[in-house]
Design a protein around this ligand. Structure first.
Ligand code: HPA
Length: 273
């Protein structure tokens, strides 16, 4: 058994001592969107701190726990608080939670995040369906010995975000009359926000939203053959487009404002996955 797989297996054994819940969908909640976890039919919760060997989040406002339960009938595991590379973790730690949720039984990964927007016509408060991504100056999470238990050495990434799941999300947004932008999400490491020149670079590369998460999780999940979808909520216009300096407070306040439509969309979409 490979070392990384062994570590995931030991986290799995630890979780299994506390709950035998088997999720179908794994949902990762971005900054400020964590309340959704309180709105499901909760079966069990588990603080990350209770899982031996599991990385702990250090960002204020990020709760660190798994919530297990039913969202509109679909068995889900929700990550309330994720682990970011900028906190100083090894990339292996950052993606361990995704591997663990796969090991728990989830075959679908729903990623959400707060992001800076730069797409044409984007406004603060918009939701964006992620159709593809760009990994920008971040360490690939699959570097190192490939462990076949997870997947192949050179995984294809030509369709990371599942087309059928994208269609479900589009259809749900129509039914709820929630405007849904679409675009490419680009991940930098953070923790500093970008400079205006970097945002011009992102735009030239074809990105519409920028943030500090998601891409490495999607690569890891795709490696394991999971179906993936994602929504960014545009908490601010990116640097140089926004007329004001960026702050984490602004991101959190924007999340509160957008939460109801975001939550309605995620709930309806998951009920159909
Ligand atoms: N840049 C990077 N990450 C972010 C932003 C941003 O503008 N907004 C929310 N997360």
């Amino acid at each position: 058994m490979g070392k990384k797989y062994e570590r995931v297996k030991s986290c799995l054994d630890c979780v299994r001592k506390k709950t035998d819940f088997v999720p179908r969908v794994a949902l990762v909640l971005g900054s400020g969107l964590g309340d959704l976890a309180e709105q499901i039919e909760v079966v069990d919760t588990l603080d990350y701190a209770e899982i031996d060997g599991f990385p702990q989040s250090t960002v204020a406002g990020h709760k660190g726990r798994f919530v297990f339960g039913y969202m509109e009938g679909t068995p889900v595991v929700i990550m309330q608080g994720r682990v970011h590379f900028y906190e100083g973790y090894e990339m292996e730690d950052v993606v361990l939670p995704v591997r663990l949720m796969r090991a728990l039984g989830a075959n679908t990964l729903f990623l959400t995040n707060a992001a800076g927007g730069m797409g044409d016509g984007f406004q603060c408060g918009d939701l964006m369906l992620i159709t593809d991504h760009i990994s920008s100056f971040i360490r690939n999470p699959l570097i190192g010995e490939n462990e076949e238990e997870f997947g192949v050495r050179f995984p294809d990434m030509s369709e990371i975000y599942d087309k059928d799941l994208q269609q479900i999300i589009r259809q749900c947004s129509k039914e709820l009359s929630v405007t849904l932008k679409e675009g490419v999400y680009l991940q930098f490491t953070g923790p500093s926000y970008e400079s205006p020149a970097e945002i011009r670079m992102c735009k030239a590369l074809g990105a519409s939203a920028v943030g500090m998460s998601t891409v490495v999780e999607a690569i890891t999940a795709n490696h394991m053959g999971m179906k993936i979808c994602g929504i960014s909520f545009i908490s601010n216009l990116a640097a140089g487009i926004s007329e004001t300096p960026l702050s984490h407070e602004e991101v959190k306040a924007a999340a509160d404002a957008v939460a109801p439509k975001f939550q309605a969309l995620v709930k309806l979409a998951i009920s159909r996955m």
